[in-house]
Write a protein that binds this ligand. Structure first.
Ligand code: OXD
Ligand code: MN
Length: 594
């Protein structure tokens, strides 16, 4: 007798609620892809690009109301509010299903429902998770085909099992008033309605691989992090892997694809991933990391042959561009794409399709993106899909800090490193809606992505350090320090390899450092700055630790940590107090509460 698999039952229930005209199961094949693209070209969802310069690439313009992740409309629907923590919006699961279920009722009438089985990770790897997204957006299908391993490969891995994470997505009417991105971590379930953009709609990325995965990782004893992963090759040919957490649009992709000015000395960078990193403790006691994604969903503005030649080569074909400008000969255009030309060629259309004139606003939306296959990246590591992952020797935490943080410092040990990650802060960017340039605390760059109470998350990080006999060294970096006139002090981009080199020296037990109140800062001689022409005064400024600024930051941090109350792990509390003591900071109301 015919019995339905758990997946078939779930899909049937989803269709029963949303009432699509047809249901299409995606197999991930070329033929299916072509049919979808043809359909989207015909109805204007996609525009063709220049087949000579950008083969097999398309432009999509999203609704102008739907251009970035919407954190205020994103919820964790765990059974209790305390489980979600002050770092998340929370809705009770029953209330969420009742309220948002009404919006899904019939939301796919007149549309096709696509069923996308996908893998996050390499087929057969212990790290890999199976997801299934149903969506009424063919644009989402085309993006998921680049960003994940989609179709038959995922069905093969799933078999008849119920080990998959279901995600229900509908464009709804795209009104922000009826937009919800809901996560039900106990059911491994996502419901997203009212947005077709990026992390709101490509449910394998932020929703499954970070919010739900962070929850699963705590239960299963691993880490799901918002980190790029790179391999630094040294002159002996050995490759040392490093992971780095930075908030959205702070240069993770550029760092992961860095072109090394020290290549003639034998230092070069291999790309493993640019956004997500899953780490497990290996038999050797080290953390082993995989990038579960299959492509890059990179921020376009600022990307150029100068800032990131590997990204430019990656996006040169088989790519989807969202909300960039379009030149008259069908090429993508964004601010910074051509450092020689600040304005686009005459006749360029802006991201909304209007003819752009000098004096108009931006050509590309500041959060415009390219979606490109990872294997097209010239610097992709030969090990980027190794099922066991790559061993991580160093973890970096970083953000945009115009003033307070030096170029780089090392944490004293794992526990201090977890505190350094918990203290992260950054000036906000266009990756999420809201004001740009405000300093916000963003621990481990996970504030928008941690699927549970962050106090428990720090507790989990601390426990992982106790279980891993050989944990990575932890560093904090800041490429964005400015002088009083507002100029960046550090050239950044490829030159960041000089900081990676110092980290490598430290991992190997060499590399000069001096101990400061916040951690170990390089001595100026310990950084290889040859050929950079940086005046000594600037180097000193880059490495300066200013107690007055840090005292101020410490108080700001205290007010942030205070929200977590009794749930804050004692080790974080102790690290906070110890930092205050080293800074000679006087206690405040906030501090007492911590
Ligand atoms: C992203 C983000 O899209 O962090 O990667 O916003
Ligand atoms: Mn990201």
């Amino acid at each position: 007798m015919f019995t339905m698999t758990p997946l078939e039952r779930w899909v049937e229930a989803a269709a029963g609620m949303t009432r699509p005209d047809r249901v299409v199961w995606c197999d991930g094949s070329e033929a299916e892809h072509h049919r979808l693209i043809e359909g989207m070209l015909a109805d204007g969802t996609l525009l063709p690009m220049n087949e000579q310069t950008n083969p097999n690439s398309y432009l999509h313009r999203s609704d102008p109301n739907d251009v970035a992740r919407t954190e205020h409309l994103t919820f964790i629907c765990s059974r209790t509010r305390a489980e979600a923590g002050p770092n998340n919006n929370w809705m009770a699961p029953a209330e969420a299903k009742e309220r948002v279920g009404k919006l899904f009722e019939g939301s796919m009438r007149g549309r096709t429902m696509y069923v996308i089985p996908y893998l996050m990770g390499a087929p057969g790897s212990l790290h890999t998770k199976v997801g299934v997204e149903v969506t009424d957006s063919p644009y989402v299908v085309a993006n998921m085909r680049i960003m994940t391993k989609m179709g038959q490969v995922a069905l093969d891995q799933l078999g008849g099992s119920e080990e998959f994470s279901p995600g229900l997505h509908s464009m709804g009417d795209l009104s922000p008033d009826r937009r919800y991105i809901l996560h039900f971590p106990e059911e491994r379930l996502v419901w997203s309605i009212g947005s077709g953009y990026g992390g709101n709609a490509l449910l394998g990325k932020k929703c499954l691989s970070l919010r739900l995965a962070s929850w699963m990782a705590r239960e299963e004893g691993w880490l799901a992090e918002h980190m790029m992963i790179l391999g630094l090759e040294d002159p002996s040919g050995a490759v040392t892997y490093m992971a780095g957490a930075f908030p959205s649009a702070c240069g993770k992709t550029n760092l992961a694809m860095l072109v090394s000015p020290l290549a003639d000395q034998g230092y070069r960078v291999w790309t493993v991933g640019d956004d997500i990193c899953w780490m497990r403790i290996g038999a050797d006691g080290r953390l082993w990391a995989v990038n579960p994604e299959n492509g890059f969903f990179g921020v376009a503005p600022g990307t150029s042959a100068h800032t990131n030649p590997n990204a430019m080569a990656t996006l040169a074909s088989n790519s989807i561009f969202t909300n960039v400008g379009l030149t008259p000969d069908g090429q993508p255009w964004w601010e910074g794409i051509d450092p020689e030309h600040k304005t686009p060629p005459a006749g360029t259309l802006d991201w909304q399709g209007h003819a752009w004139q000098p004096g108009d606003g931006v050509v590309a939306h500041p959060n415009s993106r390219f979606t490109s296959p990872a294997q097209q990246c010239p610097s992709i590591s030969p090990h980027w899909q190794d099922p066991q992952g790559v061993p991580i020797s160093a973890i970096m935490f970083g953000g945009r800090r115009a003033r307070v943080a030096p170029l780089v410092y090392q944490a004293l040990d794992w526990e201090h490193g977890v505190f350094v990650g918990a203290s992260m802060a950054s000036e906000t960017t266009a990756a999420a809606t809201g004001q740009v340039g405000m300093t916000r605390r963003d621990p481990m760059a996970m504030l928008p992505f941690c699927g549970y109470n962050m106090a428990d998350y720090w507790g989990h990080w601390l426990a992982m350090g106790q279980r891993a006999p050989n944990p990575p060294a932890i560093f904090h970096v800041n490429w964005f320090r400015k002088d009083d006139a507002g100029n960046f002090l550090w050239p950044g981009y490829g030159e960041n390899v000089r900081v990676l080199r110092w980290m490598l020296d430290r991992v190997r037990g060499t590399g000069g450092a001096r101990e400061t109140a916040i951690g170990l800062v390089p001595t100026p001689e310990a950084l290889d700055l040859a050929g950079l022409d940086l005046p000594e005064r600037i180097v000193a400024e880059l490495l300066r630790v200013e107690p007055a600024d840090w005292k101020h930051d410490w108080q700001h941090l205290g007010r942030f940590l205070e929200q977590f109350g009794d749930r804050l792990p004692p080790a974080i509390r102790a690290q906070y107090a110890a930092l205050g003591q080293r800074l000679g900071a006087t206690s405040s109301g906030a501090v007492e509460a911590v």
